[in-house]
Every structure is written in structure tokens, then in C-alpha cells.
Design a protein around this ligand. Structure first.
Ligand code: GRG
Length: 338
């Protein structure tokens, strides 16, 4: 727990990023599958794969990936794969597109993409595309622009985008665009900063950013900054550290990062740190978690915070990892003569 009444970040122990504290905090979650008796772990078991991606990515950005138990983690990831090629959030969960992406991202972070049969994973992803171009998250059929991004990113990492109908996926995203320049989860749904990230990310991956009304949309994104310095996800809602990623990544992709007050946002994120036990929370003095820890650090990375590795706003992976993936895919394409 944090001491009550801790002052603003400029004045106290939260004035800088507490790398050692956050690394110790994240490391404590590195063997989630060995903690079957802890309520908080059982309750989150269905999304451990994403939790692992958040934790490992945060560690990478802080230069601390080496602190994690790589072989145990990679073994666990592969145990979560199903015979249809998809990955579950844990060994006991059904396959889902989001956790398949998280698993592939983890393999990319460790430069172990060769461990997976890319054609098999691609067939699983392609099987979730619907005739209107949209994607379902899993066999149960929920449609959401989140899953379009998951599909495009997963296949981009694996060098297999040819397995899906990309133009039709883009048509579906275009139908989700709203009067404010933002995007929702399906046509007619309200713009939300999380959804806009997935749509801008998908358009960026497919080189289709011409479909964005840049100035209108970036204005909507800037309006997300509240007096606290933090960003919210839609009008009249509370600021939350995670929007430092969902909004900033879009501004970065669209070349408008300078449109918000980066100094105020940095102070807000740092003030959400738990200076005793490590980790970052949604708002100052709330309980920290791995999700907000990663997205807070990722937001700081986008703003060029000192001594953090750079993160790619489209791929949601460290820039160095993305460069390695692109080299790998180019080499594979030239070897096959494509
Ligand atoms: C690889 C980075 C990465 C992402 C994968 C799953 C996914 C693709 C993206 C999720 C995008 C999304 C919808 C994020 C929003 C999450 C969030 C904070 C939802 C909260 O919604 P509300 O309505 O909160 O509870 P507000 O802030 O509007 O009150």
C-alpha cells in the first residue's frame, strides 16, 4: 500500500520511473501457472497470456527482460496452444484470437518465432474472418474491431497476411468510423480510445491511413487530456493511465504526439506508481496491476522517457523487435521468391 497523501510526482519519490521496484513487481508474476491457490490469480487465469505479454514487454522496455524465467515461460506458452493452431489465455482455456496474438508477441520478444508452425496459426486466424471482412474473437462469434487488429498484427508478425482478405477487413473498419473521426467496435458504436487504437493500428499495418480524417480525429484524441494531465477514453469519463497508450499510440502513428501536454501526462503517469511495492495503477493511489504498469511505461516510452527502449506504436512491441521481425519476414520472402 502507498502512504496516504503523497504529494505530486515532482516533489516526492514518484518523481522518476522506479525501474527496480517495477521489475521486482512484474517478476513476482512470472510463474502464474504455479500459483493455483491464489484467488487473484485464479480469477484472472483466462487472460494470463496477455498478462505475460504486458509484463514481458514492460521488462523489455526497462532493459530487464533477462530477469524473467525465459525457458519456463516459453514452455508454458507452447502448452497453451491447441490443435487448431490457436492459443488459450492459459492451459485450461479455449483458444482465442487475442491470446493467440499475445502468444505470438511473446515468441517475438524472445526471438523464438521458429517455435511455432506459422501456417497452422495463420489458418486458425483466417478461419475467424467473416464474409463482411470482420473478425470474430473465437468460435463463439463475438465481432469487434479489436479482433481485426489482433488478426492483422498476428499475421504481420508471422509474415502471413496473405492468408486473410485484407481489403475486406479494411472495408469493415471504414464502416466503423464515426462523425467525430473516431471508431467503435462495430458499425454505429460510439468512438472509444481503446477501439480507435485497434482501428488505427490495423489501418497502419495495412498501409491504409488515408482512410483517417487526421485533423478531426487527432483533435478528438487531444480532447481526451483532462486537467489532471491524464487522458480519458471518451468524453466525460475519468482519466486512466492505460489511455496513455491507447491515445498516444494513435497520435504517434499520425505524427501529432506534440498536440498534447506531454509533460503533464508524464507527471500523471509517474504519480500513479506504487513507490513501495512497485507497479502502476489507473489513477494515483489506486491498486497497481500489470496492465496499467505496461501501458504506463509504454506511454512514457512513446514520449521518449530517458533510458526506456522505444516502443513501436503500431505493433505494440519494442522497435528493435519489430525491426528483427521485418528482417526475418523479408529474408523468408526473398528465399521463397515472393
Ligand atoms: C497488443 C496492445 C495490444 C492490444 C491488443 C485487445 C486489444 C488488442 C485492444 C483493446 C482495446 C480496448 C478496447 C481498450 C480499452 C480497455 C478499457 C480501459 C476499457 C474500459 O472501458 P470502460 O467503458 O471505461 O469501462 P471508460 O474509461 O470509458 O469509463
Amino acid at each position: 500500500m502507498k502512504a496516504a497523501g503523497t504529494g505530486p510526482a515532482e516533489a516526492g519519490p514518484r518523481s522518476t520511473l522506479l525501474v527496480d521496484k517495477h521489475a521486482t513487481y512484474i517478476k513476482s508474476f512470472s510463474r502464474l501457472w504455479d500459483t493455483p491457490d491464489k484467488l487473484e490469480f485464479v480469477a484472472t487465469e483466462h487472460f494470463w497470456m496477455s498478462g505475460m505479454y504486458w509484463g514481458l514487454s514492460a521488462m523489455y522496455l526497462m532493459g530487464r527482460l533477462g530477469d524473467m524465467d525465459r525457458d519456463a515461460i516459453l514452455g508454458w506458452v507452447m502448452r497453451c496452444q491447441h490443435t487448431n493452431g490457436g492459443f488459450g489465455g492459459s492451459e485450461r482455456n479455449d483458444p482465442h484470437l487475442l491470446y493467440t496474438l499475445s502468444a505470438v508477441q511473446i515468441l517475438a520478444l524472445y526471438d523464438r518465432l521458429d517455435d511455432v508452425d506459422a501456417d497452422k496459426v495463420a489458418a486458425y486466424v483466417a478461419g475467424l474472418q467473416r464474409p463482411d471482412g470482420s473478425f470474430a474473437g473465437d468460435a463463439w462469434g463475438e465481432i469487434d474491431t479489436r479482433f481485426t487488429y489482433c488478426a492483422l498484427l498476428c499475421l504481420s508478425i508471422l509474415g502471413r497476411t496473405a492468408a486473410i482478405n485484407v481489403p475486406s477487413a479494411l472495408d469493415f473498419i471504414a464502416k466503423c468510423k464515426n462523425f467525430d473521426g473516431g471508431f467503435g467496435c462495430t458499425p454505429g458504436n460510439e468512438s472509444h480510445a481503446g477501439q480507435v487504437f485497434t482501428c488505427i493500428g490495423a489501418l497502419s499495418l495495412a498501409n491504409a491511413l488515408h482512410l483517417v480524417d487526421r485533423d478531426l480525429f487527432c483533435w478528438w484524441l487531444c480532447e481526451r487530456q483532462t486537467k489532471s494531465g491524464g487522458l480519458n477514453g471518451r468524453p466525460e469519463k475519468l482519466q486512466d493511465v492505460c489511455y496513455s497508450w491507447w491515445c498516444l499510440s494513435c497520435l504517434s502513428i499520425l505524427g501529432r504526439l506534440h498536440w498534447i501536454d506531454r509533460s503533464a501526462l508524464t507527471t500523471f503517469i509517474l504519480d500513479c506508481q506504487d513507490e513501495e511495492d512497485g507497479g502502476i495503477s489507473d489513477r494515483p493511489d489506486d491498486m497497481a496491476d500489470v496492465y496499467h504498469t505496461f501501458f504506463g511505461i509504454a506511454g512514457l516510452s512513446l514520449m521518449g522517457y530517458p533510458n526506456l527502449a522505444a516502443i513501436d506504436p503500431t505493433w505494440a512491441l519494442p522497435v528493435e523487435v519489430v525491426e528483427r521481425i521485418k528482417r526475418r519476414n523479408e529474408a523468408a520472402a526473398s528465399a521463397s521468391g515472393k
